[in-house]
Design a protein around this ligand. Structure first.
Ligand SMILES: Nc1ncnc2c1ncn2[C@@H]1O[C@H](COP(=O)(O)OP(=O)(O)OP(=O)(O)O)[C@@H](O)[C@H]1O
Length: 241
């Protein structure tokens, strides 16, 4: 579970990238975080993951406060950033082992997990190659594998489907569903509204740092008395903002 209470952040002291945000992402849900470019999604995700600090407000992950209990909070989640261009000099397997070391995954457990993840993402034969030599989608897959190797309870994914081929995208969506159905939490941002409509149990739409709507797609249709798609409702909701 992720909880944000009155979270505010401005980068230059004037414009608020995130403005008095309140959000609860319960266990057992795939939660989609949607919004136009510059809406405040990545800023929110960076605050939740402890990369940047809010000016005001409280953030907890499974009850652990990211500001006052950073280690405990960070043990709760795995975070896939929006850019997969990291650890480029490491080989795929070196990077995953590095992540497993960081999270103290026992050697006997990690071997099986790496095999399973590599097989599901069709990366087995690439594990010995440097990440530098990977395509964008392969880099995205190795980042996801590194994050999942410690089996985090809460998944936080910033635009995770960008650059993935249809098979990898299908696999990741399937894994997100399995994770939520096992009673744990998946929080992800996306611009692909067709995916969000099909995959998410609930969505929040943010613009200019403020939540415009939070709920299920059905609730959204009821709220706007419309049977339109999520895409149409999103465009309607954000057009005057
Ligand atoms: N490091 C920074 N310094 C100054 N302003 C920033 C910085 N990062 C983000 N911003 C500003 O904060 C606002 C929110 O940006 P953010 O990256 O959170 O949006 P986003 O919803 O993730 O957008 P996108 O969909 O384009 O990735 C924007 O106005 C952006 O210009």
């Amino acid at each position: 579970m992720i909880e944000l209470i009155n979270v505010t952040k401005s980068y230059n002291g004037t414009n608020k990238a995130v403005d008095q945000l309140n959000l609860t992402v319960p266990n057992g849900e795939i939660f989609g975080f949607l919004g136009p470019n510059g809406a405040g999604k990545t800023t929110t995700i960076k605050m939740v993951t402890g990369i940047i600090r809010p000016d005001q407000g409280e953030i907890t992950i499974n009850g652990k406060n990211i500001a006052t209990q950073p280690l405990e909070a960070k043990q709760q989640f795995g975070y896939v950033p929006d850019s997969p261009d990291q650890f480029l000099r490491l080989k795929g397997l070196e990077y995953i082992n590095f992540m497993a070391d960081m999270y103290q995954v026992p050697k006997d457990v990690r071997g099986q997990r790496i095999l399973e993840l590599a097989s599901r993402f069709e990366m087995t034969s690439a594990l010995g190659d440097p990440i530098q030599s990977y395509s964008h989608g392969m880099r995205q897959k190795i980042m996801i594998m590194g994050v999942l190797v410690h089996n985090p309870k809460v998944w936080i994914l910033d635009e995770p489907l960008t650059g993935l081929d249809p098979k990898a995208s299908f696999t990741l969506k399937e894994m997100m569903r399995e994770h939520a159905d096992s009673g744990r939490t998946v929080f992800f941002s996306t611009h692909v509204l067709e995916v969000a409509e099909k995959l998410c149990d609930r969505v929040a739409i943010i613009n200019k740092g403020k939540i415009l709507f939070c709920g299920t797609f059905k609730e959204m249709q009821q709220h706007f008395q419309s049977d339109h798609s999520l895409e149409s409702l999103f465009l309607e909701l954000t057009k005057h903002e």
